[in-house]
Design a protein around this ligand. Structure first.
Ligand code: HEC
Length: 204
């Protein structure tokens, strides 16, 4: 009985270490992704960032931050806040707060606005890759659906989340067309905005 219990403890210890390792690897991959821009806006407001970075973040004692997502990766922006160079103060933000600030700053110029959607190949048989290119850090909630009008109703595939690619501004996912004909590839982003791209599938 006691032996069995100890054995079980050992298993739990191993599992705990594994879970930590996985969590750590996940955090290390993209520590400042998926921040909440509106939470970031509040933190920036209450921290007086504009006092140094200028009204509207257009530049002052500190550099202009509008459009920063075009110069720096989310990692670099986050690192500049988490490990600031004097005279910028160390605010002691949590990782999550820094991620929120990164999301907010990256959207100052509408950087996380409307993506450019590309379908590869443009005339697919029964499957295509959907690429959504954002001018800044992509929002976290981008998904795609293949949809076909059928008389008064329609037929849509399940929504598939777009995943990160090697390019930090590009998200991608595969969509399937269950038959040949005129489809609409619907890309949904930033809490319900949608881009519809018509595609003529050739059939599998
Ligand atoms: C006391 C003035 C001051 C305050 C307050 C301040 N900063 Fe800074 N910040 C600076 C300066 C100066 C730099 C440039 C440091 C360097 O690279 O030499 C900087 C750099 C940065 C950078 C890197 C910019 C780049 O182009 O490399 C970011 C991002 C940034 N600040 C964000 C913030 C945020 C967000 C806040 C508010 C939470 C903030 N700063 C508050 C002065 C300030």
């Amino acid at each position: 009985m006691q032996r069995g219990f100890r054995w079980l403890l050992g298993v739990f210890a191993v599992l705990a270490v594994l879970a930590l390792a996985v969590a750590h690897a996940h955090a290390a991959a993209d520590p400042y992704a998926n921040g909440d821009a509106s939470a970031g806006a509040k933190i920036a407001q209450s921290s007086g960032c504009e006092g140094c970075h200028g009204a509207g973040f257009s530049g002052g004692i500190g550099p202009k931050l509008v459009g920063i997502e075009k110069r720096l990766t989310p990692d670099q922006i986050g690192a500049a806040i988490e490990h600031p160079k004097p005279p910028m103060p160390d605010f002691g933000f949590s990782r999550a707060q820094v991620a929120d600030l990164v999301a907010f700053l990256s959207g100052l110029d509408g950087g996380t606005g409307k993506p450019v959607v590309k379908i590869v190949p443009p005339e697919p048989s029964d499957e295509a890759t959907v690429l959504a290119t954002f001018s800044g850090t992509p929002p976290a909630d981008v998904a795609v659906q293949a949809y076909m009008e059928m008389g008064t109703s329609g037929h849509g595939s399940a929504w598939v989340p777009l995943k990160k690619t090697d390019d930090p501004r590009v998200l991608a996912a595969k969509v399937h067309f269950s038959m040949g004909g005129p489809w609409i590839v619907k890309v949904r982003y930033s809490g319900g905005q949608e881009i519809d791209v018509p595609v003529m599938a050739q059939g599998g």
